[in-house]
Design a protein around this ligand. Structure first.
Ligand code: GDP
Ligand code: MG
Length: 439
């Protein structure tokens, strides 16, 4: 029957059993090496490995992947979600100017980034001012002026005789009276973190109360990145991270470490020496780069595509036939419990609005009710749902299943929704140009 055929398909989709501890341990050995090779801090590697192992043991192995590949898939997902969480753009102040302070070690790329960021915001319609608060590095002010001139951005500077606090404060007043709605403050760095530098940055922070304090990190920084990030974050409570020099061949493990230990979002990336070489941060690209398992990752991607297609295809075949009975409904609900909702499956199909799929989801407690109710129906009722228009039948089903008549009504309603959805869907499949799938 159709139901058994569907069941077989679902069985296949469910893959090859669950990951056991041994699978996970073996794969994690490989992952650990990959992360250490990418210069991810060893403490971070350790924590990540244990967190991912916990999640992976017991997970179902996806068809066409080996258990080891499936573990790597999970690691990759964890990395993407870790690096992707948090506000990833500039948070503008309600009362301009928005004050953005760039901090970091010497050579990290702050001055270059001040220009790049200014140019990016200017393109977005802002009127940024760059403020020169590095009074130590020889020619630092000149460097900022050269950058700004190329980008036709204004620079505020007071030479190197005033304190960074005074310069920062004055730059804000200047912005206010010159209609600049963003001030990007370029600060000094040191080769290593030191007390004096930190105190100076804390003083600037106190004086101007920045909206954003962005830690600029050279992605080629190795194991030391964690200490640097921890210090800057603990002293300044940064609001985000900018990675520079991602155009190099570094795997960028520092990025991951910094994100992990600070918990602050990575907002932008510097991808070259040119002043246009800036982009918003792409967590998925960074994850595959750090993990460095290109072949495995593209294989996983392909497997994912194949499985999505297969799920969608099987379901759509069934829908085309428009044979949807209470037996199918029950069967489907049971499958959903194992593999996510029908909404998830449908939302993989272009043109389907996944937000609208929420109503179709089943919760576990409800499942038991639904099952009892459907099992209290006669064979005929299940196959010919129109019979259930009769109130006495509904009453009988309610008492048979130990539920209330309202519960029975609710299940019938859900069923009808499902049926309607199937019809619309099959219409769409037959005539895809007809447009969006509506509820
Ligand atoms: P600061 O000391 O933090 O202000 O760093 P700078 O902005 O002076 O940059 C230090 C060096 O790194 C300069 O030679 C920059 O041209 C270079 N640099 C900055 N960002 C990038 C980037 O994204 N890619 C590359 N390849 N070089 C960069
Ligand atoms: Mg500089």
């Amino acid at each position: 029957s159709l139901t058994t055929k569907l069941q077989e398909t679902f069985k296949k989709l469910r893959g090859k059993g669950r990951l056991n501890e041994k699978d996970v341990k073996e794969a994690m050995r490989e992952v650990r090496l990959a992360l250490l090779e990418a210069d991810v801090n060893y403490k971070v590697v350790k924590e990540l490995v244990s967190k991912v192992s916990e999640r992976a043991v017991g997970a179902e192995v996806m068809e066409s992947l080996t258990p080891g590949q499936h573990v790597i898939k999970i690691v990759n997902e964890e990395l993407v979600s870790l690096m992707g969480s948090g506000q990833s753009s500039i948070v503008f102040s309600k009362t301009p100017p928005t004050k953005i302070m760039l901090v970091g070690l010497q050579g990290a790329g702050k001055t270059t980034m001040a220009g790049k960021l200014g140019q990016l915001l200017k393109k977005q319609g802002k009127r940024p001012l760059l403020a020169a608060c590095d009074i130590y590095r020889p020619a630092a002010i000149k460097q900022l002026q050269v950058v700004a001139e190329k980008l036709e951005l204004p620079v505020f500077s007071m030479g190197d005789k005033n304190s960074p606090v005074d310069i920062a404060k004055a730059s804000i007043s200047y912005a206010e009276s010159n209609n600049n709605d963003v001030v990007i403050i370029d600060t000094a760095g040191r080769l290593h973190v030191d007390e004096e530098l930190m105190q100076e940055l804390v003083d600037v922070k106190e004086a101007i109360k920045p909206d954003e304090i962005l830690l600029v990190v050279d992605s080629m920084t190795g194991q030391d990145a964690v200490n640097v990030a921890e210090t800057f974050n603990s002293k300044l409570d940064i609001t985000g991270v900018i990675l520079t020099k991602l155009d190099g061949d570094t795997r960028g493990g520092a990025a991951l470490s910094v994100r992990y230990v600070t918990g602050k979002p990575i907002k932008f990336a510097g991808i070259g020496e040119k002043l246009t070489d800036i982009e918003v941060f792409y967590p998925d690209r960074m994850a595959s780069r750090v993990l460095g398992m290109g072949d495995v990752l593209s294989l996983i991607e392909k497997a994912q595509d194949a499985i999505d297609e297969k799920k969608a295809l099987e379901l759509s075949k069934k829908m085309m036939k428009q044979e949807f009975t209470f037996d199918d409904f029950l069967d489907q609900m049971q499958q959903m419990k194992k593999m996510g909702s029908i909404g998830d499956i449908l939302s993989m199909i272009p043109g389907v609005d996944s937000a609208k799929m929420k109503d179709v989801e089943v919760d576990e407690k409800e499942m038991a009710h639904v099952e009892a109710i459907i099992k209290s129906m006669t064979k005929d009722e299940r196959r010919s749902p129109q019979l259930l228009k009769s109130g006495s039948r509904r009453k009988r089903i309610a008492s048979g299943s130990g539920t209330k008549i309202q519960d029975v009504n609710k299940v019938i309603k859900q069923f009808e929704q499902g049926q309607k959805m199937m019809k619309q869907f099959s219409g769409m499949m037959k005539n895809p140009k007809k447009g969006k799938f509506k509820f």
